[in-house]
Design a protein around this ligand. Sequence first.
Ligand code: C2O
Ligand code: CU
Length: 525
Amino acid sequence: MQRREFLKYGTLTVTGLALGGGAVPFVPLRRARADDGGVAGPSPPTSPFVQELPIAPLHQPVAPFATSCPTSGNTLFYNVHIQEQLHSFHPQLPDNLIWGYNGITPGPTFHARVGQPNVVRFFNDLPANHRGFGVPNTVVHRHGGFQASEDDGFPLDLFTPGTSRDFCWPNVSPGNDVRENEATLWYHDHLVDFTGPNVYKGLAGFFLMFDDVDSGDETDPNPAALRLPSGDFDIPLVFQDRAFDQNGQLIFNTFEHNGFLGDKFLVNGAIQPFLRVARRKYRFRFLDGSNARFYEFFLSSGQSFVQIASDDKLLPHPIVRKSIRMGMAERVDVVIDFSGYPIGQEVILQNRLQQNDGRGPSDEGLVSPGTPILKFIVTRDAADPSRVPDPLRPLPPILLDKVGAHRTFTFDNSDGGWVINDRFFDGNRAVAFPQLGVPEIWTLQNEGGEWSHPIHIHLESFQILSRNGQPPAAYEAGQKDTVVLGPDDEVKLYIQFRTFRGRYVFHCHNTEHEDMAMMARFDTT
Ligand code: C2O
Ligand code: CU
């Protein structure tokens, strides 16, 4: 039974569903219910800053294996085992069974190079009969990547426990144009109707791309190299919220269709960790990997962030920002320079954005000091050969005179679910047939009143032409693959599909909205 079929049954009781559906995963919550949309919890108390920030290991290639993927002499091959394993969210909580790529959450980080394809064999080693929420079928989407339809994680292309599937990630940019080269991607489960519980259970990881410009080497002698902070000073940070029951077990409410919020704040799978830093510049790759939570980050010292990338692409110029607001699935790469602090200084990364339910940020807006998320402790000196040059990476042109199609998509709620142009997701029905090479203008309209929807389009990033009739702010005037539609917002964007023909999707990345059908298929032709 697929989750959106629940809609047909109206307000069935939980028992009724469990009897009718058999395998319907449901974990009851004490406070959060499907009809009130609040924050789950309270979770048991945990002390902040008692554990070190985990940093996922770099994933290592294996010897080449036979595959149906196209390969070339320099292709890198990887195995990933999707497993149920014990995970510690916090030393004061018991270990929890999670689902992880190679059994860890977040999964191993890929470092890839433009021009060097990857073949990744994902083994679904999840238990066919498990306890609790989540559905052990899976499909993998590399969010922000250029990849063929069958390698894109189309939500119906699932593979079951005991089987594997090769994903061919070509790591080439349209037209081999360096302006299109990517930086911070992530990979996650994209199972139809159950992406929310599966990602919440741990199925997400980073995929970072490098090229000769963003080369991942701050001492690179190549004059074209940007020499951004690299190696140990280039740290991906995924922000997620989670809820736990009184026994310290992870809980999720499959019937919270508005968006599930937790009251514990994780960075890289750990609740409120700390990171010892040197007196120098760091690149942090922020990812809002939450199901339904928006963030606005501040540094307790009042220092600004230097933003260098939005979603999958570097910006044309660095931007100095006091705070960084993020919706689900958005990435923001920032540089923070700790060289101005004395050794011993502590700086807290705070989330000051108030959110009380799945609708999005609440009317209270910002609160101070907000929730402490991560503590930086300045502990040492270190050499700093890195730079933040200006310009970074130029934008490709917007060719308005070449635009061949205008499309409008409205995002709304309906009958307890979520619709695009008044329809629920149907994987067998495409709503648009963009032609490769022909630029288009898409108008995205939020009709849903007070709701916020971060909309993600697969396959190509886009450039925002206007938000509510105004030109976009500098931080969203670069290339993006996800755009937040706030209440009543209308965003016009320029997009051009150029690479692969086939079926793809766009959808809200509030995973509960996505699972309740705020998704549509389009076919590039
Ligand atoms: Cu990050 Cu369609 O997903
Ligand atoms: Cu939404």
